[in-house]
Design a protein around this ligand. Structure first.
Ligand SMILES: NC(=O)c1ccc[n+]([C@@H]2O[C@H](COP(=O)([O-])OP(=O)(O)OC[C@H]3O[C@@H](n4cnc5c(N)ncnc54)[C@H](O)[C@@H]3O)[C@@H](O)[C@H]2O)c1
Ligand SMILES: O=C(O)C[C@H](O)C(=O)O
Length: 335
């Protein structure tokens, strides 16, 4: 999700699926609770990346996967425990090209993502104040929920600091695309890597809007299949939260989605063309859709494309809920 002039957002089509992860990861070699700095082997030139919330369920596998990315030469892992606060945050952020934020609390069964607002809004605000100060030109990938509100909070913080560049702030909704590709591939009997399902809107409930009429390769579903698939994609996160029964939300699949997204951002920074990203304009200030990433972040926004009647009705519902979540984030940041 990302704002762009009149209003848009972003996510990336994932090519592989690894969605339901019932157990929180306990990775060997996970980032220490202290900030660490690691250089890629051989000190090869590359980008500087910070992960804020690196010791968490997402942060651990995400850190390992980013360390394996040849485009990353410096990786800073920041967390709260063991740190004395702002001074260490500044050290973690200074000079970064890309900052990924999976910091914050996850849901428990029975909660909505919006129920996380009271804790996570403040966390994201503080971290973004650090970004505005220490690496104002960095691309920022916001994972912390509720993404529909935390991205507007980040935008407001950057606006206040005079550093806001809508091309460089992106909410990560790619897990919805990973899930959509997986569920559709399951029904079609395809490899999920061969399936391309656009998912637009936001990252919560009805704001997650799969455009099943635009699937590639083209295919057709019955109206029952469409209703089932749409609901499963919209509720994939809740399915994981319930399966984990109090032990958090999606972690490995999110790390996978975040790495695909971050890699697209880094390849854009390097100047590679990448037209697999989502972003789009509606009358809303933030709305996930398809974009092209480049040296400055989002460089081109693709149109939503033709939507059918079912999708148009879904779009209206999505916009209504998204508008309220955006407003909530903006009000929080300005109070
Ligand atoms: N965008 C998505 O698709 C998506 C998918 C899955 C999870 N999430 C969200 O990601 C967030 C993290 O999930 P998780 O499972 O990794 O949670 P977790 O509790 O396992 O890890 C959170 C991490 O954030 C750190 N943290 C907490 N407060 C902090 C602060 N003030 N500054 C810096 N770090 C701080 C914690 O110490 C921990 O390392 C949650 O808000 C969750 O809802 C988003
Ligand atoms: O569902 C959650 O709370 C986490 C995440 O947003 C997800 O979609 O898995």
């Amino acid at each position: 999700m990302q704002q762009h002039g009149g209003g848009d957002a972003s996510q990336r089509i994932a090519r592989i699926s690894a969605h339901l992860n019932p157990n929180k990861s306990q990775m060997e070699g996970s980032p220490s609770l202290e900030r660490s700095t690691c250089r890629a082997k051989g000190g090869s030139p590359g980008f500087k990346v910070a992960i804020l919330g690196a010791a968490g369920g997402i942060g651990q596998p995400l850190s390992m996967l980013m360390k394996m990315n040849p485009l990353v030469s410096v990786l800073h892992l920041y967390d709260v425990r063991g740190f004395l606060g702002p001074q260490q945050l500044e050290n973690a952020l200074t000079g970064m090209d890309l900052v990924i934020i999976p910091a914050g609390v996850p849901r428990k069964p029975g909660m909505t993502r919006d129920d996380l607002f009271n804790i996570n809004a403040g966390i994201v605000k503080t971290l973004c104040e650090g970004i505005a100060k220490c690496c104002p030109k960095a691309i920022v990938n916001v994972i912390s929920n509720p993404v529909n509100s935390t991205v507007p909070i980040a935008a407001e913080v950057f606006k206040k600091a005079g550093t806001y560049d809508p091309r460089r702030l992106l909410g990560v909704t790619m897990l919805d695309v990973v899930r959509a590709n997986t569920f559709v591939a399951e029904i079609l009997g395809h490899d999920p890597r061969e399936v391309d399902v656009p998912v637009v809107g936001g990252h919560a409930g009805v704001t997650i809007l799969p455009l099943l009429s635009q699937i590639k390769p083209p295919c057709s579903f019955t109206s029952e299949e469409i209703a089932h698939l749409t609901s499963r994609i919209q509720n994939g996160g809740t399915e994981v939260v319930e399966a984990k029964a109090g032990a958090g939300s999606a972690t490995l699949s999110m790390a996978y989605a975040a790495v695909k997204f971050a890699d697209a951002c880094l390849r854009g920074l390097r100047g590679d063309a990448d037209d697999h990203i989502f972003l789009q304009v509606t009358e809303l200030p933030f709305f996930a859709s398809k974009v092209r990433l480049g040296r400055n972040g989002v460089e081109e926004i693709y149109p939503l494309g033709p939507v059918n009647e079912f999708e148009r009705a879904g779009l209206e519902k999505a916009k209504k809920e998204l508008a309220a979540s955006i407003e909530k984030g903006i009000s929080f940041a300005n109070k």
